[in-house]
Design a protein around this ligand. Structure first.
Ligand SMILES: [Zn+2]
Length: 340
């Protein structure tokens, strides 16, 4: 099956009331873990790479690995998405390398660290929309800034500072009208990375009611939740049981994400949970069989552990069972849609 643009998948998700996990990758085992989970649950998938991942892996490796996944899984629709593009040039290079969807994060300046202003964000995002839609590629924008830093993106805001950069619903409405983005990432108090909340989040710090307000005003815009790993206690415990030193932390509870999905959230970014599953599995092998040195002996269990997290999210978000229903359209088949 060919790779498809994000818009095709999220339109189907909106019509059918489910969300889709957007899963970050840098290597073969992570892509295989996602595809095994997709096969076992009959799920369409969003595979995404950040700028850091592209630098680490190289676009050629990423493209061919994802094309291999498509070849080996003819029944699974796959979106290949750029996570947190920082400029028109970055997004254009992703488009040139086969990505079917790009995020232009103009909520931050081009350095990817300092929060920008509205005028800059709207202008650069509109430029990316024009370039991407001309070739049938989808675009995600962001309004408001998230806390934390992961893979060099995120404003590095603390949990408290992130509360000062929440998405303003008026601005969100104007931004969608000004730019024409397909999907909109919003800031509701979550952060990138493992350290999101110091205690189990309440409505005081995780503003799910803000999502409901944005969805009321923009019922046709696909909302994206970033920093939405749940950071499960059992994954923290496995890491620490086998010699890791992760401080106690809390993520976004799956039931809060499900509440978001009932209110217009269609793409849910999950990275940390998979990283933790991989790390815990590798630590366990190293601890229990210190004599082992075949990478397959630890990368295999790591892949299996990530697959289990992916499966759990695919089922919880509701994408499971929908792979065969997506009306397949390639980027070139979406050019007219965007021109119309
Ligand atoms: Zn993000």
């Amino acid at each position: 099956m060919p790779l498809i643009p994000l818009r095709v998948l999220l339109d189907h998700a909106a019509e059918n009331g489910y969300g889709v996990a957007a899963l970050n990758v840098n290597n073969m085992e992570q892509i295989q873990a996602i595809m095994l989970a997709a096969q076992e649950t009959d799920s369409p998938v969003i595979i995404q790479a950040s700028r850091g991942a592209r630098k680490y892996s190289n676009d050629n490796y990423l493209r061919h690995l994802i094309l291999a996944a498509a070849e080996l899984n003819p029944t699974i629709p796959i979106v290949m998405h750029l996570d947190h593009g920082n400029s028109l040039a970055t997004c254009q290079s992703a488009i040139d390398n086969g990505f079917t969807s790009v995020m232009m994060d103009g909520s931050l300046s081009e350095d990817g660290k300092v929060p920008s202003d509205y005028a800059y964000n709207a202008e650069v995002t509109e430029q990316v929309v024009n370039a991407a839609h001309a070739v049938g590629v989808s675009v995600e924008g962001e309004i408001g800034a998230l806390g934390g830093i992961e893979d060099g993106h995120g404003a590095g805001l603390s949990e408290e500072e992130a509360q000062e950069h929440l998405t303003d619903p008026d601005q969100a409405e104007k931004f969608v009208a000004d730019t024409g983005v397909d999907a909109l990432a919003v800031a509701i108090g979550t952060s990138h990375g493992a350290y999101k909340f110091k205690k189990k989040p309440t409505g005081e710090v995780l503003k799910m009611d803000l999502i409901e307000e944005i969805h009321r005003r923009l019922p046709n815009t696909h909302i994206v939740m970033h920093g939405s790993s749940s950071v499960p206690q059992e994954l923290q415990d496995i890491i620490n049981q086998y010699g890791g030193q992760m401080a106690q932390t809390y993520g976004v509870p799956v039931e809060e994400i499900q509440r978001g999905i009932r209110n217009g959230v269609r793409k849910v970014n999950v990275d940390t949970d998979n990283r933790m599953a991989i790390t815990g599995a590798i630590r366990k092998v190293f601890s229990e069989t210190p004599e082992a040195f075949d990478p397959r002996k630890y990368l295999g269990p790591a892949r299996e552990a990530m697959k289990e997290v992916c499966k759990a999210r695919m089922i919880a978000f509701g994408q499971a069972g929908h792979a065969g229903e997506i009306p397949i359209k390639t980027c070139s088949e979406m050019i007219d849609f965007y021109a119309g």
